[in-house]
Ligand binder design. Structure first.
Ligand SMILES: Nc1ncnc2c1ncn2[C@@H]1O[C@H](COP(=O)(O)OP(=O)(O)OP(=O)(O)O)[C@@H](O)[C@H]1O
Length: 258
């Protein structure tokens, strides 16, 4: 798998002072594959994603994206990688000073140097892909509901037709019905692009719906990694406790130390 993997993490370690957060993470995401990293609060999901994006630097290990080593990579190598990726941030992270369409078109205008008229047309098409009409294009992001902001964030993530998509807790902060709409849109948009994707989430319903595979992070390592269809049959007490949300089980002992 690692020769063809679009994203490959090998023995990734990341600490903050004495706190060892990642202690040898191994994970591959293949072409066209959607992997969800699941795990409880504070297990290091965000730290893992930030290491892949180059926002944090691991002190040990290798992270390859499209076969290129990212640990210790130059700024231009990282920028090149980011130019081929799309990202939906947890709070959608839209610029309130720009109208919706310019948020969606940002990577096209600033990153690709596209003319504003053409970029606006593409932005309106991407907004339609996520179920938003052209009347939204000139609105301020601040005037939209949380669910609409997530849709705009998704339209922005796919605007440059990236090969790799990253999602940071895509259903956090919105109601379950809107969460389901967002999950459906994420699946549709990712498939249409033929992109591979990585999401971090503690929402099992979302992980089951959007991912092909889940990888459970616990005590700094991936302790279970398998297809969504295998989750319920898996003989792993940590995974089963997390999936069922039980208070009793092997996980709660460790939670006291968080
Ligand atoms: N910049 C930092 N400096 C110090 N400690 C950090 C830093 N970033 C993360 N941590 C610590 O690393 C641990 C893992 O954090 P992380 O945000 O990755 O967890 P998470 O699994 O994403 O949790 P959640 O689901 O609650 O967002 C936490 O104990 C956190 O306090």
């Amino acid at each position: 798998m690692s020769d063809t993997a679009k994203i490959s993490l090998r023995d990734v370690h990341k600490s903050f002072g004495p706190k060892k957060v990642l202690q040898g993470v191994n994970l591959d995401v293949g072409p066209g594959e959607f992997v969800a990293i699941i795990g409880g609060s504070g297990t290091g999901k965000s730290v893992t994603l930030k290491c892949v994006l180059g926002l944090l630097v691991p002190e040990q290990g290798s992270i390859k994206v499209n076969g290129t080593e990212m640990v210790g990579a130059s700024r231009s190598t990282r920028e090149d990688m980011l130019a081929h990726t799309g990202m939906l941030f947890q709070g959608a992270a839209l610029f309130d000073s720009l109208p919706v369409w310019e948020n969606v078109a940002f990577g096209l205008i600033e990153g690709r140097g596209m003319k504003r008229k053409q970029a606006r047309d593409i932005a309106i098409a991407r907004l339609a892909d996520v179920g938003l009409g052209s009347e939204v294009a000139n609105m301020s992001p601040a005037s939209l509901s949380g669910g609409m902001q997530k849709r705009v964030g998704l339209a922005r993530a796919i605007a440059t037709e990236p090969e790799i998509l990253f999602f940071d807790e895509p259903t956090t902060g919105i109601d379950p019905i809107m969460g389901d709409v967002i999950n459906d849109l994420i699946v549709k948009c990712t498939r249409e692009l033929g992109a591979c994707a990585m999401t971090i989430t503690h929402d099992m319903a979302s992980a089951r719906k959007i991912a092909d595979r889940v990888a459970m992070l616990y005590q700094g390592k991936i302790i279970w990694d398998g297809p969504v269809s295998e989750i319920d049959k898996a003989d792993n007490p940590y995974l089963q406790q997390f999936v069922s949300g039980d208070i009793e089980g092997p996980l709660d002992l460790d939670l006291k130390h968080l």
